[in-house]
Structures are given as C-alpha cells and as structure tokens.
Design a protein around this ligand. Structure first.
Ligand SMILES: CCCCCCCCCCCCCC(=O)SCCNC(=O)CCNC(=O)[C@H](O)C(C)(C)COP(=O)(O)OP(=O)(O)OC[C@H]1O[C@@H](n2cnc3c(N)ncnc32)[C@H](O)[C@@H]1OP(=O)(O)O
Length: 182
C-alpha cells in the first residue's frame, strides 16, 4: 500500500474516556445538521457511526447513484467527506471535540455505485492537542481495502470555536443555546 503520510513514532498513549460511548453503541450525533452524519441534513450522507472496541469507530455507507464521480464509481470527494466524519468521531472516544487540520486519502481501487462501503477509523495516539487517526474502507473483503486515510484532529473548546459562526448555522435553537452557554 502506498502512503506518504508519516505517523510519528513517539505518540503519547491514550485512554478511553469513562463517559465515551461503549463498543457497539451508536456515536452521539455531534450536530444534527452535519453533512456527514446529521439526520436533518437535507442532502447529507446520513452516516450512522458506531463505536468499536478499543479506539475504533465504524460505519457503513450505501454508494448511491447521485454520489457518482467517474462513470459508475464513487466521487473521491464524497469518500473523503465520509472519512472526515467517521475519523472525526474517533477523538470523542478519549475526550472533547476535535476538528480536522489535516486529511489525506489514498484511493486504491474504484468503488462502484451500488456497493456498500464499510468504513473504519482507529485513533492511533496523541501529541499534545493533536490526535492522529487512520481510516480504512472496503467493499467486501476486509483484506482488500479500496481506500486508506490519515488525519490529524486538534482538540478544541467547541463553545469558543464555533461561537462566531453559530448565527449562520441551521441547527435548532435548543442546540444553539446549549452551545452558547458559558
Ligand atoms: C458539540 C458540537 C461540537 C462539534 C464538534 C465537532 C466534531 C467533529 C466531527 C467531525 C466533523 C467533520 C470534521 C470537520 O469537518 S472539522 C471542519 C474542518 N476543520 C476546521 O475548520 C479547522 C480549521 N482550523 C482551525 O480552526 C485551527 O487550525 C485550530 C483551532 C484547529 C488550531 O488552531 P490553534 O491556534 O488553536 O492551534 P495551533 O495552530 O497551535 O495548532 C495546534 C497543533 O496542531 C498543529 N497543526 C495545526 N494545523 C496543522 C496541520 N494542517 N497539519 C499538521 N499539524 C497542524 C500545530 O502545529 C500544533 O501542533 P504542536 O505545536 O502542538 O505540535
């Protein structure tokens, strides 16, 4: 497998947060209007994302005809979006919210429209606020990945980070109030 991403060898160990969602349980939605996993996003991917064992996350995605890029195959940007969202849930296993600062994808094989894409993410470790993750996608044989991704997320204080933009969001007033509480 070809990948230019170098995972640091001196990552600090991580511990699952005592309040993190348990293995097999659905991850709590971070935003009901999120294009990746929000149930109210009108044109979103509507990913259902589950916690796995250890520091893993998984989700499935039906490759719908309107996700086409090349003839008959999934658009690379849609796959990247799905990775961003699924991998972005991994930091929540160990602590507070984090946002993507770097994401790269190795596209290994075309992904036909009509297939079921299985996505998984693993949190590899941290360096200060940086959380390193790896993602893998396959469409049948788990030993034959169709894409691999690496991302760095940086932990944030969500209330402060999103405060300036809350007025532009389509999230519910209740959720807005929750996010704007000091
Ligand atoms: C409750 C609701 C909340 C929702 C939560 C969301 C859940 C998410 C779910 C998933 C949704 C989908 C996901 C989405 O769509 S997330 C949406 C897309 N992402 C963003 O909008 C993030 C935009 N970036 C920023 O706002 C700032 O950069 C932040 C605030 C993140 C950091 O700026 P800040 O000034 O605070 O910190 P810093 O600059 O000292 O950086 C800190 C460390 O990071 C390192 N670094 C920085 N950039 C890079 C880089 N490109 N490659 C490698 N490393 C990088 C940097 O060297 C430093 O490392 P070190 O010095 O310690 O070694």
């Amino acid at each position: 497998m070809k990948s230019g991403f170098v995972v640091p060898t001196d990552l600090d160990p991580i511990e699952r947060h005592p309040k993190a969602v348990g293995p097999g349980e659905r991850m709590r939605m971070h935003n009901h209007m999120c294009y990746g996993c929000g149930e109210d996003s009108p044109n979103g991917l509507h990913l259902e994302i589950y916690a796995g064992e250890g520091f893993t996350i998984r989700a499935s995605m039906e490759v719908e005809p309107h996700f086409e890029g090349g003839p008959g195959v999934l658009h690379g940007g849609i796959l990247t979006t799905a990775f961003d969202d699924v991998m972005g849930m991994a930091p929540l296993l160990v602590g507070p919210s984090a946002v993507t600062v770097h994401l790269e994808v190795d596209f290994l094989r075309p992904i036909p429209v009509g297939s079921t894409l299985e996505l998984s993410a693993t949190l590899l470790g941290r360096q200060r606020r940086k959380l390193y993750t790896e993602g893998v996608a396959h469409i049948g044989d788990p030993d034959q990945p169709v894409a691999v991704a690496h991302a760095i997320f940086v932990s944030i204080n969500a209330r402060e980070h999103f405060a300036e933009h809350l007025d532009k969001s389509q999230i519910s007033d209740e959720y807005k109030q929750r996010l704007s509480r000091p």
